[in-house]
Write a protein that binds this ligand. Sequence first.
Ligand code: FNR
Length: 374
Amino acid sequence: MSTALPVNDSKTIIFEKWEETAKNKLGKGAFDYVQSGSGGEETLQKNVQAFKEWDIIPRVLTNVETRDLTTSLFEKKLAVPFFLAPVGFQTVVHPEGELASARAASSLSVPYIASTVSSFSLEEIGEASVGSPRYFQLYWPNDDEVATSFVKRAEAAGYDAIVVTVDTTVLGWRERDLQNQYFPMQTGAGIANFVNDPVFQEKYNRDGLLDTNELINAIRKILLNQSITWEKLGWLKQQTRLPIILKGILHKDDAQLAIEHGIDGIIVSNHGGRQLDGVRSTLAALPSIVEVINGRISVLFDSGVRRGTDIIKALALGADAVLIGRPFVYGLVDGENGVREVLQNLVADLDTSLALTGKTSVKDIDCSIVERVY
Ligand code: FNR
């Protein structure tokens, strides 16, 4: 029987307290980078608000003594139905950056998604999370040879899937980042995957003479690809045997196209309100997408998940698993232990919420236990 109490000697339980701690500990450039959304931050707020628009209607007297938080995706068992979302430039939050968050995740068997713009190479992050499920997130570079090289490296380093972020053809209009001259970019914190890439080095830095600023400029030129279309996904599929997941789907017709193009999974995401402002909250977008997908491929979900009950609601509306962004990044201000604390609490919160919902397995959560608030 699992306990309903937090399993650690936590100091900080509340999401908002972590956010406040991060605000106090980080400089303005770093904190704004993590916390802010794009435009007037309409979508950032909507993502969180959307969870309040659904009620959980729990069942009672169902014997919840034995509970199971595991699930499976792409034929692999996951200890919990949530991932650490891909988050770039993590050394602006803590010097150990992605190594700390990957170690914390792996110590609890929480699956991890490594960003293209990580502060450590995908191989180093892979080593920090050996034995635990991990995916590699691809910002599809505007250079096919570099794109192939990234995917092959991820395969060789033991990653289980490729997550292609499709909502970032250009960076969102992030007003606070713009005001801070995009602080994380200036630090050189997100270039490790490029400088450790043999193809990138051969093509863009053959003599190894570029300094950090020149490297940042070279990377900026190829980082984002504005010309990819659905047709190009066939080419990517040929480069790898790993499942391909598209991150950033909000329209049900794109969910349909994902199926038609042989994609293995999608992530219903608006990038945590950091890309196009004014778009739908992801929870509002989820039901119609789940209906189109109709169990044919995996549906993951992110943006606005803060607590165990948020996870329950997303699973009830048809997500197979969710991703957590800002909550773990705030924990990272205290390094590996801070991330672990956030994750342990989330696991305990989810377990508590599962029991009180009257269910014994996250796999049994379905739409019978939620209703829209009118
Ligand atoms: C992100 N996100 C993101 N997504 C991605 O595909 N590649 C990336 O490198 C990043 N980097 C990144 C940095 C920071 C600081 C944040 C907060 C987010 C988006 C992320 O994967 C996820 O979609 C959102 O964070 C989910 O929303 P919440 O949980 O933060 O509300």
